[in-house]
Design a protein around this ligand. Structure first.
Ligand SMILES: NC(=O)c1ccc[n+]([C@@H]2O[C@H](COP(=O)([O-])OP(=O)(O)OC[C@H]3O[C@@H](n4cnc5c(N)ncnc54)[C@H](OP(=O)(O)O)[C@@H]3O)[C@@H](O)[C@H]2O)c1
Length: 289
């Protein structure tokens, strides 16, 4: 596993395991347990995914079975928008994440979106960070203008910005802003999130064959070589293993550029954080991702 050093000195694995849309507790716990067994040390959940408890249960099981120690793991969760309305609701949201996961601390906690009173919520996260309940704090879905304003204003800078990043939405400009503020980019939907059909793309298939790897591995490797942390999700053991087996090949500059040329320049996901209608739906509790 390769690690990246965050702006607070903490080391974070470059490959993690996401559990979005795995609401079934047993399935989530088993997937996370298998992922830890397969070598993942970063797990990415969120209050909105309603599976922080299953992640916590898998962590306990893995520690009990001597697969790893708590300090080897990097557990991420996120504060949901309805808990970002003021300082007190955020404080309660953080406490709820800790209680549900059954963990004494979380390694990374993110503002899920730039909605509500996210500055007040951040102050609650800063306090929990100072208390050691959160070892690092960051943001998610902060577009460049919002991230810039945020980094210029807050006392403790975010360590990470988790945003949609894959060859169909490369977001090069957003990466430049993150680099400027020493905020590590973390990719959600690094495999395309079930959209864009990358697994049928002939160019990607040829490249994967050339390296004796899968298309999924090429997609993930492309982000890693851009300095982006990836958190692919799968509930299938073979894919769980495949998605972490990324460190025995390298894409050439030409291959990297070819993959980047798939960029559409816009997102095909419904999560359009810049869209007023989307923001209203999130605030009205009609969307939970
Ligand atoms: N911060 C945010 O707003 C936000 C938003 C979305 C996601 N996330 C985080 O990012 C994580 C990853 O994003 P995501 O789950 O949306 O999308 P993703 O990881 O890009 O893609 C997951 C999809 O790809 C399939 N898949 C996994 N490995 C594969 C492989 N090797 N070959 C072919 N198909 C494969 C999975 O199916 P199977 O499960 O059936 O294998 C699933 O349908 C989430 O789980 C979550 O933790 C965060």
């Amino acid at each position: 596993m390769e690690y990246v050093t965050l702006n607070n000195g903490l080391k974070m694995p470059m490959v993690g395991f996401g559990v979005f849309r795995v609401p079934d507790k047993k399935e989530c716990e088993e997937s996370v347990y298998q992922a830890i067994k397969a070598g993942y040390r970063l797990i990415d959940t969120a209050a909105a995914y309603t599976n922080e408890d299953a992640v916590g249960a898998a962590v306990k099981r893995a520690i009990n079975d001597d697969i790893c120690k708590r300090e080897d793991l990097f557990i991420t969760s996120k504060l949901w928008v309805q808990d970002m309305m003021d300082y007190d609701s955020a404080k309660k949201g953080i406490e709820a994440s800790l209680k549900k996961s059954g963990l004494e601390y979380l390694d990374l906690y993110l503002l899920h979106q730039a909605c509500g009173d996210y500055f007040a919520a951040w102050r609650a996260m800063e306090d929990a960070y100072r208390e050691g309940l959160l070892k690092a704090i960051g943001v998610s879905n902060f577009y460049s203008n919002i991230l810039t304003n945020f980094c210029e204003v807050v006392k403790i800078k975010p360590v990470v910005n988790q945003v949609e990043l894959h060859p169909y939405y490369t977001q090069e400009k957003a990466l430049e802003t993150m680099k400027y503020y020493n905020v590590i980019p973390e990719a959600w939907a690094p495999l395309g999130g079930g959209r864009y059909n990358p697994f049928e793309d002939e160019m990607l298939k040829d490249m994967a064959n050339h390296h004796h790897k899968s298309v999924g591995q090429v997609l993930l490797r492309w982000n890693l070589q851009r300095g982006v942390v990836v958190i692919p999700k799968s509930t299938h053991l073979e894919r769980i293993k495949e998605n972490i087996d990324l460190f025995d090949f390298e894409l050439s500059e030409e291959e990297m550029n070819k993959i980047s040329s798939l960029d559409m320049g816009y997102t095909g996901s419904r999560a359009k954080h810049f869209d007023p209608e989307f923001v209203r739906m999130v605030l009205n509790n009609k969307i939970h991702d």
